[in-house]
Design a protein around this ligand. Structure first.
Ligand SMILES: *Cc1c(COP(=O)(O)O)cnc(C)c1O
Length: 403
C-alpha cells in the first residue's frame, strides 16, 4: 500500500537533487548517437563544459561511468607502472584516488595533513624539493574533500609547485566542487581535472568527466599503463569525427545540456555566490547548536557540504539513521577516519534557502532524539536571520520586475 508522506527530503552531498527541467530533458525517446542531432548536442556540451572548467586549451571527455571511472582514466592514461605520484592526504576521497593509482602499479607518496585542516602547500613543496631525481610524475589533489567538508587550496598548491620548479603534472579532483565554486583550469595550471555528473551538475550518476591539458596529452603518448575502455586515444580519434568509440550515455548528455543551460543562464559567479550564501546559513545553524565543523578554520569551509562533529560519546550514524527513519531526510554519514564522528549536510546544486532551513530543522530533531543537547529551533533561527539579512532587495509593488 502506498502512503502519502510527502517527499523523501534529500540533503545528500551526492547524488544531489535533480531539477525538474533536467528530469524532463531526459524523459525523451532514445536518440541515435550517430545522427546529426546528437553530434550537435555533444559538441555544444563539450564547448560549454570548457566554460565551466575555465579552459580554452584543454579538451573534455565524458565516459559512461561514475566519478571513480574518471580516476581510473586519469591514472591509466598518464602514467606507467612504477611511476611515483604525490597525494596530499585529505580524507576518504584522496585515499581512494591513491588506491586507484596503486592498482595500476604506481607508487604513491602521501603528504600527511593534520586532521581538520587543509593541505599545506608548503608541505607539498617540501616533498617536491626533496625529489631531486624527478621521480614524482604528478601531484593529485582533491579540491573539495566531500568526506570532511574541507576545501583545499588548488591555486596555492600550483604556486608552490612553481616555486620549487618541479615539472610534475597537476591533477585535481573537482567532483564535488565544479559548477559550485571557483575552478580555473588554465589559470591554475591544472593538467587534468576529473569530475562527475551527480553533484554540481545536478544529474543522475553515470557521467565521468575528464578535462585534459596539452601537457597531460603529451604524457599520455608515452604512458604504458593498461587501458582499453578509458583510452584517451580511442576517444579522441572517434570524437574528432563527432562519434564515440562505444555507446555514449545519450540520455545523460541530454540532461547535461539542460543543466549547462541552467548554470550558464544563472551565471557562474552567481552560482558560486548562491552556494556560499546557503552554506553560510548551514554553518551558522551548526554554530548555534554549539557543535563544531570538521574544518577548523573558516577559510577551509566547503560551500557544498557541511560536516558537523557530534560531541564525544555520541555516534553521528545514529543522527543520520534517526533523520532517515523518523523524518525521511537523507544526510551523509562520516567516512573512514571521521566515521561515527561527523554527519554531513549536502548543499550542492539545486538548493534554496528553505531547503537549508528544512535540513536544519530535521537535524535539530534528530540530534535531540539521540540526546545531543541542542536547543530546538536554534540553528533554524540563526540561518533564517542570515538569509533575511542577505536576501536580494524586494520593493513591494514592483515585485513582478524582480522575478
Ligand atoms: C563523489 C566523489 C567521488 C566519487 O565519485 P563516484 O561518482 O561516487 O564514483 C570522487 N571524489 C570526490 C571528491 C567526490 O565527492
Amino acid at each position: 500500500m502506498s502512503v502519502s508522506r510527502g517527499i523523501q527530503f534529500f540533503m545528500h552531498p551526492g547524488p544531489t537533487n535533480i531539477p525538474e527541467r533536467v528530469r524532463l530533458a531526459m524523459a525523451r525517446p532514445a536518440v541515435d548517437f550517430t545522427g546529426p542531432e546528437f553530434v550537435a548536442l555533444r559538441d555544444r556540451n563539450l564547448e560549454r563544459m570548457k566554460a565551466i572548467l575555465k579552459t580554452t586549451k584543454g579538451f573534455v571527455i565524458t565516459y559512461a561511468a561514475s566519478g571513480n571511472g574518471a580516476w581510473d582514466a586519469s591514472v591509466a592514461n598518464l602514467f606507467s607502472p612504477g611511476d611515483k605520484v604525490l597525494v596530499p592526504q585529505t580524507g576518504f576521497f584522496a585515499d581512494r584516488w591513491a588506491a586507484t593509482s596503486r592498482a595500476y602499479g604506481l607508487e604513491v607518496e602521501l603528504v600527511p595533513t593534520p586532521e581538520r585542516r587543509a593541505v599545506d602547500p608548503e608541505a607539498v613543496a617540501r616533498h617536491l624539493a626533496a625529489d631531486t631525481k624527478g621521480a614524482i610524475k604528478a601531484v593529485m589533489l582533491i579540491q573539495n574533500e566531500t568526506a570532511t567538508g574541507i576545501r583545499h587550496p588548488v591555486a596555492e598548491v600550483r604556486a608552490a609547485m612553481n616555486r620549487v620548479g618541479h615539472p610534475a603534472l597537476y591533477l585535481v579532483d573537482t567532483i564535488s566542487s565544479l559548477a559550485s565554486y571557483d575552478f580555473r583550469m588554465d589559470e591554475w595550471g591544472v593538467d587534468l581535472a576529473v569530475s562527475g555528473s551527480q553533484k554540481g551538475f545536478m544529474l543522475p550518476t553515470g557521467l565521468a568527466i575528464v578535462a585534459v591539458s596539452q601537457k597531460a596529452l603529451a604524457a599520455h603518448k608515452t604512458a604504458r599503463c593498461p587501458r582499453c575502455f578509458f583510452d584517451f586515444a580511442d576517444m579522441m580519434r572517434a570524437n574528432k569525427d563527432g562519434y564515440f568509440p562505444y555507446t555514449p550515455a545519450t540520455t545523460l548528455l541530454r540532461g547535461l545540456r539542460a543543466s549547462l543551460d541552467m548554470l550558464l543562464a544563472e551565471g557562474l559567479d552567481n552560482v558560486y555566490a548562491r552556494h556560499r550564501r546557503l552554506a553560510e546559513g548551514a554553518r551558522l545553524g551548526v554554530a548555534a547548536w554549539g557543535l563544531k565543523l570538521c574544518a577548523k578554520e573558516p577559510r577551509w569551509h566547503s560551500d557544498t557540504v557541511t560536516a558537523a562533529c557530534v560531541p564525544a560519546g555520541f555516534n553521528s550514524d545514529d543522527v543520520v539513521k534517526t533523520a532517515y527513519y523518523r523524518y525521511r531526510m537523507s544526510l551523509g554519514v562520516g567516512l573512514s577516519k571521521v566515521a561515527g564522528k561527523v554527519f554531513r549536510i549536502g548543499h550542492i546544486g539545486n538548493i534554496n534557502e528553505l531547503m537549508i532551513l528544512q535540513a536544519l530543522a530535521g537535524c535539530e530533531m534528530a540530534l535531540r532524539d539521540v540526546g545531543v543537547p541542542v536547543a530546538a529551533g536554534s540553528g533554524v533561527a540563526a540561518a533564517q536571520e542570515h538569509f533575511r539579512a542577505t536576501a536580494p532587495k524586494l520593493e513591494l509593488g514592483l515585485e513582478r520586475k524582480v522575478a
